[in-house]
Design a protein around this ligand. Structure first.
Ligand SMILES: [Fe+2]
Ligand SMILES: [Fe+2]
Length: 294
């Protein structure tokens, strides 16, 4: 017999310690006593021969914590199909040739919607989704514009023209509401083929998309620098830098670098910006008091 088993597991109760009780109660107590003794023996490692002096200090019965499900980042429902469609559109956009660009330029030399108030066109962006933008998923372009405005406001931007550019820059995407192919409207604009270094961006043949569309419709209604920002708002500054002339470099430094920070950096499919839209409607009405051909 080892040292442990010589020791009593529980203090023996004597008749003197107990109040008088009925035989039924007494028998129930004995039964419960055996159960408690067995439970304590099991919990203290009785079977493994652990000595009392070696028992851990923590309480024997720890509160039970409910199991927490593992948190895995979850892609939004349907995102796989969204990405597949994005890749297909991007591939067709990248297959544009100079001939295709020329044909589309000619097409958008003429108006698509006829005479329209610019604010009404901006509101049409609420019906437009950029199927190639995984930062926004199904968020409308109207919400995207508001996100850009809200971020500029938050950073204390005071340059009036940057707000105007924010309101107008994606207006070419309203052609998604026509039978135009998405690869001719969406994506960014990358030069096709070689161009002369330093000749200026206007002499570079870029892939055709919404920047060129909005430029073609608004260039006669806004100052040169705003028309320029609208046209080139979605180029890669780094890749286009070799082709820039002095005008391009000036507009890039003064407007485009800052603009792209807000256009690209604040997209979210979960953020609903709180801005005073009436203020921006007034700005557009003052800038375009009459309907324009779009
Ligand atoms: Fe854009
Ligand atoms: Fe944008």
């Amino acid at each position: 017999m080892d040292e442990f088993s010589k020791k009593p597991v529980l203090k023996q109760e004597t008749k003197r310690d107990l109040p008088q009780e009925s035989p039924a109660t007494s028998s129930r107590r004995r039964f419960l006593g055996i159960g408690v003794a067995a439970a304590v023996a099991g919990l203290t490692g009785f079977g493994a021969g652990v000595r009392f002096s070696e028992q851990p200090k923590e309480p024997l019965l720890k509160p039970v914590q409910p199991a927490q499900p593992v948190q895995r980042p979850r892609e939004p429902l349907g995102s796989r199909k969204f990405k597949a469609r994005n890749r297909a559109i991007l591939q067709r956009h990248n297959e544009q040739t100079r001939e295709v660009v020329e044909r589309l330029r000619l097409k958008y030399h003429n108006a698509v919607f006829g005479k329209a108030r610019v604010w009404d066109l901006i509101e049409k962006l609420a019906f437009c989704v950029d199927e190639t933008d995984q930062s926004l998923y199904c968020t409308s372009q109207f919400v995207h514009v508001q996100q850009v405005l809200a971020a500029m406001e938050q950073d204390g931007i005071e340059e009036h023209d940057l707000f105007l550019a924010a309101l107008l820059h994606d207006l070419g995407k309203v052609t998604l509401l026509t039978d135009e192919l998405p690869e001719n409207v969406l994506c960014s604009a990358v030069p096709i083929g070689e161009a002369t270094h330093g000749a200026g961006l206007d002499r570079v043949i870029y892939q055709f998309c919404h920047g060129e569309i909005v430029y073609s419709r608004l260039k006669d209604h806004v100052p040169d620098h705003i028309a320029w920002v609208l046209r080139y708002h979605n180029i890669s500054i780094e890749k286009s830098a070799p082709y820039m002339n002095e005008r391009d470099r000036t507009y890039t430094a003064k407007y485009l670098t800052t603009f792209q920070k807000y256009d690209r950096g604040f997209k979210s499919y979960a953020s609903m910006p709180q801005i005073d839209l009436k203020k921006y409607r007034d700005l557009i009405e003052q800038t375009f008091p009459n309907p324009i051909l779009f």
